[in-house]
Design a binder for this molecule. Structure first.
Ligand code: IFL
Length: 446
């Protein structure tokens, strides 16, 4: 079943008002999210992120057949009502032959942009600003579902993009993908894309992206890794250099916005704490990021929840805690910008229960809240991912072009980690946890 538009469709016609009006209003410097001490601040107040991942937000915003603008407005209103104030969004995608990647893509080939899709991002950002939300925009992907680094390498080496959904060889995929950081032609093109996006002027609001406080942070990529589980010292060094160099480049184009890595933390750093610290040490990286994926990392088996829950929670607590301690060590804030768990029994059907997931979300929210309330450098969370009113179209749950987008990208089954609008208990928990986090805001800045 596909998403069906409702009330918001009628409002669509009214949304064009934004343009000249928004552009005419001067932006106060304190409207940009920034770091003060070890906290985020906005409008002179601490700023906490109760957010989600909406990788496909720009897609929904397109005015072409790819988009679902009425749905997008409804989703944003729904999120706003829950207290969600931050969205992590894919800014660019690369056209690829890989089946497990989204299509169309914002970049058809080096230098060829799909203006209709980029206007979708404009629309999303304009609508988020109306709702006082902020965005993290990532500019590449280590994983195959949006083309990403493997497609860049394919463009510039001539070899086919490696789809690990087909090869089933993630170790090989990761080792090959790390060549992206040192491929000069790929890096030149990546920087051209970055400049194209960062210097963009929003066609809805008339505002330059560089001057728009709706953007909280530019992010180098989704989950960039230095290589595979046996990354070499040379690969690690190249990775750290790439992060520092790219962040510096973005800041040379746009010094107003924060820049972040998109790193998963230790799990995406060959379990090398020094590497994770080094990756976030440069002053051009404003804050640390980390992600938490118990099933993906083999800590939890959704088919054996009772046997695997306790061990998983031990690891989860430790993972969350050590990363907050790393942030303290670097004197910067940290965002848990992805976490998720399967529906009960590992089901994909949105009608299946989510008792175990709810318990997990509750534990994660609780721990992050506790450390934030204790004054640790915790800036908040983005759960993965918002499925909202999207519906899986196919019996095998795999996305095909033209189907609804949900939180699970096309490399995974739709329903794996998405939170749907029908997941009442999870949404209730999110609302409650968002309120508790926002409740910390009046705390005076040190
Ligand atoms: O869909 C995945 C996404 O690519 C990501 N991290 C984990 C997600 C769930 O497996 O960034």
């Amino acid at each position: 079943m596909k998403y069906k538009p409702g009330f918001a469709a009628a409002l669509l016609a009214l949304t064009a008002w934004g343009g000249a009006h928004a552009a005419a209003v001067a932006t106060r410097p304190d409207a940009f999210v920034a770091v003060k001490g070890m906290q985020f601040v906005r409008h002179g107040q601490p700023y906490y992120i109760a957010g989600t991942n909406l990788w496909y937000g720009g897609y929904l915003g397109a005015a072409t057949s790819v988009g679902q603008r009425a749905r997008l407005l409804e989703e944003l209103d729904r999120m706003k009502a829950l207290g969600i104030n931050n969205l992590r969004v894919l800014a660019v995608s690369e056209k690829t032959a890989m089946k497990s990647a989204v299509s169309p893509a914002t970049t058809a080939a080096p230098g060829q942009y799909d203006e209709d899709l980029l206007k979708g991002l404009d629309f999303l950002l304009a609508e988020m600003a109306k709702r006082d939300m902020t965005a993290v925009l990532y500019l590449n992907n280590f994983w195959q579902w949006s083309g990403g680094m493997t497609q860049y390498l394919s463009w510039f080496t001539g070899s086919p993009a490696h789809d690990p959904n087909v090869s089933k060889d993630y170790e090989r995929y990761m080792a090959e993908n790390a060549r992206f950081y040192t491929n000069a032609a790929a890096q030149d093109e990546y920087r051209r894309v970055i400049a194209h996006i960062v210097k963009r002027v929003n066609t809805v609001t008339g505002k330059s992206y560089r001057e728009d406080p709706v953007i909280m942070s530019w992010q180098l990529a989704n989950e960039p890794r230095p290589g595979n589980s046996r990354a070499t010292p040379a690969e690690k060094a190249a990775y750290v250099k790439w992060i520092a160099g790219t962040a510096r480049y973005i800041r040379s184009l746009d010094a107003r916005h924060m820049v972040s890595t998109g790193s998963e933390g230790l799990a995406g750093s060959s379990e090398d704490a020094q590497l994770f610290l080094d990756a976030h040490r440069t002053p051009d990286i404003a804050y640390l990021t980390y992600h938490l994926w118990p099933t993906n990392w083999g800590w939890f088996d959704p088919k054996r929840p009772q046997e695997t829950w306790a061990g998983m929670m031990d690891k989860t607590r430790r993972y969350l805690s050590v990363h907050i301690d790393y942030a303290k060590q670097l004197g910067k804030p940290i965002v848990l910008e992805e976490f998720g768990l399967n529906r009960d029994g590992g089901a994909f059907d949105r009608a299946s229960p989510t008792q175990v997931r709810d318990r997990f979300y509750g534990e994660v929210f609780g721990l992050v809240q506790e450390r934030a309330a204790a004054g640790d450098p915790v800036a908040g969370w983005n759960f993965w991912a918002w499925g909202g009113a999207g519906r899986a179209a196919n019996a095998d749950y795999w996305w095909r072009p033209g189907n609804d987008f949900v939180g699970d990208p096309p490399q995974e089954e739709q329903g794996l980690y998405s939170v749907f609008d029908s997941d009442a208990s999870t949404l209730g928990l999110i609302r409650q946890s968002a309120q508790r986090l926002h409740g910390l805001t009046p705390r005076r800045l040190k």
